[in-house]
Design a binder for this molecule. Structure first.
Ligand SMILES: [Zn+2]
Length: 334
């Protein structure tokens, strides 16, 4: 048995028909975790849906009302890039509830992983890019509201920039901090990455993403790492290490929210980076090792993953659980 909980429901499934988003991946990840012995049935907790009050901690009342009543305009539905239905709405309410539960569990178990969520392109007043509700932001705001945490850091490793996250947490209470140093990085000089940023508030946002990819408009995170096309494992890991340490030098979060997108994978249909399955597992281990060493609780959501072969996406996400098991259960028999 794991020393931490996995949050999952069959109702995480997104009823979106034939779509590049592999909605059945959640069920397959759970099966894979059990088949491979990484987890057992008792390791999973079933979430409750978030309440409308929870969603309203992040989203505008008019938007929540439109979703509740199925009255999005055709343009709003098009921008979301998934077909609205009542069942779909309920799946997003549940994903938000799953992220709240994962965040709470992580405070006692040091880590918790929702086998879903990570809908980082949702904004307070609209959805975009397959995202209706920003589950991670809802979880942060709910735990802050309950005074379980004061501060949080998001570490978004999906190949697409966390534009919703950046917009939601771009508060007016930001202060300037020095540009992060990139000295000591081992980078391929012909393919330089770029780190920009230097703002902070009660939620510190880090996004590592492919620069030449959706979203076209990238609102500033606290730290954005704009990665060049085709970046490979070692350079990616060096940028991630730098971003994590730069962020944690400036900011001490009560909770780290890791958005573990599988789409930096070299065979992803919507990504243009060149990471291997092994490199992605090292990425997960790096995030967990840093959080473990600094005793920061970590809640994990899965976000995107559009590999040509869905089983690769399943492997990458299952490896995130294996990586957490390796880092957080040393000394605990399984
Ligand atoms: Zn993505």
């Amino acid at each position: 048995m794991l020393s931490f909980k996995l949050i999952y429901s069959d109702a995480y499934y997104l009823p979106i028909g034939d779509h590049v988003f592999p909605a059945e991946k959640y069920r397959r990840i759970r099966e894979r975790l059990i088949e491979s012995g990484i987890a057992e049935a008792q390791d999973f907790l079933e979430p409750e849906p978030a309440s409308d009050q929870d969603l309203l901690l992040v989203h505008k009342p008019e938007y929540v009302q439109k979703l509740r009543t199925g009255t999005l305009s055709p343009r709003e539905e098009m921008e979301m890039e998934i077909p609205y239905s009542r069942d779909l709405m309920e799946a997003f309410w549940l994903a938000a509830g799953g992220s709240i539960l994962a965040a709470r569990q992580s405070l006692t178990d040091r880590v918790s992983i929702s086998i879903g969520g990570g809908f980082h392109h949702a904004f307070p007043d609209h959805g975009e890019g397959f995202c209706m509700i920003h589950d991670v932001a809802v979880a942060i705001r709910r735990l802050q509201h309950d005074q379980q945490i004061r501060t949080a850091m998001t570490v978004d490793c999906d190949v697409h920039q966390g534009n919703g996250t950046a917009a939601i947490f771009a508060g007016t209470h930001t202060v300037s901090v020095p540009q992060p140093s990139v000295a000591g990085l081992r980078l391929n000089p012909t393919r330089p990455g770029r780190m920009r940023g230097g703002r902070t508030s009660e939620v510190f946002t880090i996004s590592l993403h492919q620069h030449n990819n959706y979203p076209l408009w990238k609102p500033p995170s606290s730290i954005d790492v704009d990665l060049p096309d085709g970046l490979t494992d070692d350079d990616y890991l060096a940028w991630l290490d730098n971003a994590l340490h730069t962020g944690l030098r400036q900011f001490k979060p009560d909770l780290l929210c890791y958005v573990a997108g599988a789409d930096p994978y070299k065979e992803d249909q919507l990504g243009g980076l060149n990471l291997t399955i092994e490199g992605l597992k090292k990425r997960d281990e790096l995030v967990f090792q840093v959080a473990h060493a600094k005793r920061i609780p970590v809640m994990v959501t899965l976000a995107g993953g559009y590999a040509q072969h869905m089983e690769d996406t399943v492997t990458i996400h299952a490896n995130t659980v294996a990586a957490a098991k390796g880092v957080f259960t040393s000394g605990v028999s399984s």
